[in-house]
Design a protein around this ligand. Structure first.
Ligand SMILES: Cc1cc2nc3c(=O)[nH]c(=O)nc-3n(C[C@H](O)[C@H](O)[C@H](O)COP(=O)(O)OP(=O)(O)OC[C@H]3O[C@@H](n4cnc5c(N)ncnc54)[C@H](O)[C@@H]3O)c2cc1C
Length: 437
């Protein structure tokens, strides 16, 4: 019984490793010349950058976190998070509700008074339960935090109106901050939020790819790269998977490739399923990687909610995650710009994107042009699932169909869920428990 795993990103590689441990005969089919998907890293002139955006290792799931850290044992740098939100020229502590004392006085008052008023209204049952993501933001944080930070930042990263986004995915992911913490934070008593991420790990050498390389090591011989799946057909009980010139036969397949690629490769997909799949919304990503002479501030990463400051939504400082990712006397900045798959950012040249980011960095007083020793651009077509209000209806149609033809979906763009690395590994662990080939 041969199993073909479609896609050689973290999910596909983790599947391969665990199924190999169960003595499954398998092959991993990966479109790109190198495996790793969003968890690849590239080293040029002594600078190592993650090419799927800045990655860190953290999790609430202790089993998965322990597994990830074991993979990079001996090649790990542990870091305390020092993350800020760039707000009206100030570096405000992250999460925003834990940094209120750093706001201008009027904004601090606006945030704290609206938070308390909203809390009272919720307790009295005066506010209807939120329906959209935007409603949820106002309901959870109040108008002040919503309008100063949550709405502008979320619209900048998702490139989607928050009133057209579903709220289902934030339940459990982002809790309402405790009122004591918000009051303490507003009067300047330090508090911490998102504590599961306040300490994080990163490989010393090799970027985040060191993690997927360690996971893939026992199964590398089963990975076929440069195999872009174009068609998947059933012949009797066998699956025939083709890249247009070569075909592979398998008894079972498991897909970790984007659901849009899977549906496009299949024959006889009902129109209703194609339509539901086409309606699923996602974002693409541009990463601008900048190598610098000298040092950068002691921040882990920065959020930039203000649309007037340019297109960049987040700036990370990889040379703070690992002291080995930049040459001696140098440092690194990774700027992320999310965009819709075919909007005007997708049409911008690399030169224009670099200029866009360096202008923002100069405006923030982070970098002077003479410090820059290298700059490059990497584009990722699939970066973030966007949960629009039609998402749950559409994904159910697509998943039911894939289930009905016997193709399990595992991974971020295959399940079409906002899964971080830990979520992908958890999905694989749960899937493999009930898999027999
Ligand atoms: C900006 C950004 C920052 C992130 N930061 C973090 C972080 O700090 N911590 C964290 O835990 N997670 C983070 N993540 C999430 C993490 O990157 C993902 O959870 C994980 O990489 C998903 O792995 P995957 O294998 O499911 O998907 P992918 O990595 O997308 O892998 C899918 C694979 O399928 C291949 N493929 C696609 N089409 C075909 C085809 N037709 N034929 C064959 N192969 C195909 C692709 O080339 C790719 O290798 C971040 C993600 C982004 C975008």
């Amino acid at each position: 019984m041969k199993t073909a795993i479609l896609g050689g990103g973290l999910s596909g590689l983790m599947l391969a490793r665990l199924l190999h441990e169960k003595n499954t005969d398998l092959v991993v089919l990966e479109a790109e010349p190198e495996y790793g998907g969003l968890c690849r890293s590239r080293t040029t002139n002594g600078f190592t950058f993650d090419i799927g955006g800045s990655h860190i290792i953290f999790s609430r799931d202790t089993e998965v976190l322990t597994f990830m850290r074991q993979q990079i044992a001996g090649n790990e740098q542990e870091n305390a998070r020092n993350t800020k939100i760039f707000y009206k020229g100030r570096y405000v502590k992250y999460p925003f509700e834990n940094g209120l004392s750093e706001l201008p006085a009027e904004d601090r008052f606006f945030c704290i008074s609206e938070f308390v008023k909203t809390l009272i209204a919720v307790e009295k049952g005066d506010l209807p339960a939120p329906e959209t993501f935007r409603d949820w933001i106002y309901y959870t944080f109040g108008k002040g935090i919503a309008e100063c930070y949550m709405v502008p930042y979320n619209e900048k990263i998702w490139k989607y109106p928050t009133e057209k986004m579903s709220r289902h995915w934030v339940d459990g992911r982002i809790p309402r901050p405790p009122v004591d913490d918000v009051i303490k934070s507003a009067i300047g008593i330090p508090t911490e939020g998102y504590t599961h991420q306040s300490v994080f790990s990163y490989p010393l050498d090799g970027g985040i790819e060191a993690l997927v390389k360690a996971i893939a090591r026992p199964v590398e011989q089963y990975i076929q790269t440069d195999f872009r799946i174009r068609s998947i057909r059933k012949k009797g009980k066998q699956w025939i998977i083709s890249n247009g010139t070569e075909s592979i036969e398998a008894d079972r397949i498991i897909s970790t490739i984007p659901i849009q690629h899977l549906i496009a490769a299949l024959d006889h997909v009902p129109g209703k399923v194609r339509k539901a799949c086409a309606a699923l919304t996602y974002n693409s990503l541009v990463c601008v990687n900048i190598g610098l002479r000298g040092s950068v501030p002691d921040y882990s990463w920065l959020y930039i909610p203000d649309p007037a400051l340019g297109k960049t939504n987040r700036i990370s400082f990889p040379s703070q995650y690992s002291r080995h990712v930049a040459p001696e006397g140098h440092s690194a900045i990774l700027a992320e710009i999310t965009h819709q798959p075919s909007d005007n950012v997708a049409q911008m040249t690399d030169e224009d994107l670099i200029a866009e980011v360096t202008d923002t960095l100069a405006e923030m007083d982070l970098v002077t042009p003479d410090q820059i020793v290298s700059a490059s651009v990497v584009r990722q077509p699939f970066a973030y699932v966007v949960y629009d209000t039609e998402y749950q209806k559409n994904i159910a149609i697509v998943r039911d169909y894939c289930g009905s033809i016997g193709i399990p979906l595992v991974g971020r763009f295959s399940q079409f869920e906002y899964l971080n690395m830990d979520g992908c590994i958890r999905s694989v662990l749960d899937f493999v428990k009930s898999y027999s080939a």
